[in-house]
Design a protein around this ligand. Structure first.
Ligand code: AMP
Length: 550
């Protein structure tokens, strides 16, 4: 049952005390609700409290300290000439990322932000500092260099944030941090964010923070209720490879229906469009979608008219779709609870589901937290190569041929083989026949060009049917030990139709496709849904080929 809800992305952020301009920016960026760390950190930070937050990359921690910082700057007034806020980060890459995020969040408030890091000419940074900025995002080493040269004045700092404090200590910045902290006014507001809290950090907190509030994401330990039976896999890949890897994963897993999670509305729309362009039948679900549209999308997924739904966490809440076989976290969930909730969409009714997470190397720390929370194992897998996919397609052709041999009734073709064998080696003849069969199955096409989620069923030589035909999808295949005779047996036994009315059968790893006379389809689907195949309940639905609308 769907718990229908109108999602208003503004509410969550407004409730935290953020001002309308910031909330409007977040809505525009496609954020639908605050992440747990934001929910906990933003209100006390807005009040001016010091805070120590334990949170890894991927939890939304940057916005957790950036948003209150921007709002307080806007309310309390900025200095002219001197920076009012300083953010220290361990690496140049992070300095650029955080400065960009700050800039984006602060656009409506006209906040100026610059990154300061090693490797960039001093002169350029000096000129920017001299011109006057509100927020400086700096690596500790370069910040100290500017202090020594007196090219940066920290006497106006009212807010200071240390991002990834543990990393900075590991990189040997302890002394630099102390120097910088001592150059800022003692009455500043101070925030530390760190993935871990080793004793050295505790020491710094004691020295530099005033009565700090401590929050941690890992607190949500220990899942409540039952943990779903789900095979969990993660691929650690850079962001830019995600779409490509998603395509390969879908090809390999071959799900009848899958739910793909993104963080923001904008990402959902963008991915849905890209998947569409690659030939997948995907639809978007997010807070900006009307109730009617939502109902329609869910109906289409249930009926098998679409294969993929791309959704935000908010939109997927309360979604209960029996047929779902796969959940993909296109973006790492922001908390263990969110992970558990997402993967709980599959593996319903005792069936094993599959959950796949695409994580940036910097986000891999979160995976450990998810493992603890689900009391399960997340296997870190190698990205399937094009060669893997090719090998898999060839294996499918080999199995299809094997089935034809087992099936027998090949005498009809003997004349052709005998005549070819007079002039060619039998091995050559077989090779040519396999090549032909493989290309007829579409097996020689490149996935990147093709982008299909499921192979179109091909005639396996079983028998042809007269009149209009249609296909059913059966959610069990070779892996479950399904053979053609099992399907014929189940269909004739349950739906009361004759064996010769069952047409060609294709058995893939995780599903099978069976041809039947069109007028019998609904009857067969209904009867089969109530029955078991090899003792198990499996998904049965009408199979619609890609590119066809009926
Ligand atoms: P971080 O943990 O700060 O590295 O953030 C990880 C990613 O989450 C960034 O790409 C942010 O843009 C995104 N993000 C942060 N907060 C939210 C939110 N409330 N809703 C959606 N995405 C968010």
């Amino acid at each position: 049952m769907e718990q229908e809800q109108a999602v208003n992305s503004k509410d969550g952020f407004t409730k935290l005390g953020l001002n309308p301009k910031l909330v409007a920016t977040l809505t525009q960026m496609g954020y639908e609700e605050p992440t747990p760390i934001q929910r906990e950190a933003i209100p006390p930070l807005l009040e001016g409290r010091d805070l120590i937050g334990q949170a890894a990359t991927g939890t939304g921690k940057t916005a957790a300290f950036a948003l209150p910082m921007l709002q307080r700057l806007a309310t309390n007034g900025k200095h002219r000439g001197r920076p009012s806020a300083l953010i220290l980060v361990p690496t140049r890459e992070l300095a650029m990322q955080v400065a960009e995020a700050m800039h984006n969040y602060g656009q409506a408030l006209k906040t100026t932000v610059i990154p300061i890091y090693g490797g960039q000419p001093f002169g350029q940074q000096q000129r920017m500092l001299a011109r006057g900025v509100d927020v400086v995002v700096a690596t500790p080493g370069r910040a100290v260099d500017h202090l020594r040269r007196k090219t940066m004045d920290l006497s106006g700092i009212t807010m200071l944030a240390l991002d990834e404090a543990d990393e900075m200590l590991d990189m040997g910045f302890a002394e630099d941090l102390e120097t910088i902290l001592s150059e800022t006014p003692a009455d500043r507001q101070t925030v530390f964010f760190s993935a871990t809290l080793p004793p050295r950090i505790a020491g710094m907190v004691k020295r530099h923070l005033k009565n700090p509030l401590r929050i941690e994401i890992a607190k949500e330990r220990g899942a409540k209720g039952t943990v779903p039976k789900v095979r969990q896999t993660a691929y650690i890949i850079p962001r830019r490879q995600k779409l490509d890897v998603l395509g390969r994963v879908l090809d390999l897993e071959n799900p009848a229906s899958a739910l793909i999670f993104c963080r923001t509305r904008i990402e959902v729309d963008d991915l849905t469009e890209r998947l569409g362009a690659r030939g997948y039948r995907a639809e978007a679900l997010h807070g900006g979608i009307t109730q009617d549209q939502r109902t329609r999308v869910i109906k289409r997924l249930r009926a098998g008219d679409i294969d993929l739904v791309v959704a935000t966490d908010v939109a997927a809440r309360g979604l209960d779709i029996e047929q779902l076989e796969l959940v993909v976290n296109y973006d790492v969930p922001v908390s263990p609870d969110s992970y558990l909730h997402r993967i709980g969409r599959v593996g319903r009714a005792g069936r094993e589901g599959v959950a796949i997470t695409l994580a940036d190397p910097r986000e891999s720390r979160l995976l450990k937290l998810f493992e603890r929370h689900t009391k399960g194992k997340i296997e870190i897998a190698q990205v399937p190569t094009v060669a893997d996919l090719r090998a898999r397609r060839l294996e499918l052709t080999r199995l299809a041929i094997e089935e034809v041999i087992v099936e027998g009734g090949l005498d009809h073709f003997r004349v052709a083989v005998e005549s070819l064998a007079q002039e060619h080696d039998l091995m050559e003849v077989a090779l040519a026949a396999v090549k032909l069969a493989h290309s007829a199955r579409g097996g020689d096409k490149e996935q990147e060009e093709e982008g299909e989620a499921a192979p179109a069923p091909r005639d396996d030589g079983r028998r042809g049917l007269e009149g209009p035909i249609a296909r059913i999808y059966v959610g069990a295949g070779r892996v479950a030990g399904i053979r053609p005779q099992d399907l014929v047996g189940a269909i004739t036994g349950e739906a009361g139709i004759r064996g010769d009315q069952v047409g060609s059968i294709e058995i893939a790893d995780r599903f099978s496709i069976v041809e039947l006379p069109e007028p019998m389809i609904d009857n067969v689907v209904n009867a089969m849904r109530k029955s078991l195949i090899k003792g198990k309940k499996v998904v049965i639905r009408r199979f619609v080929e890609k590119g066809r609308s009926s």
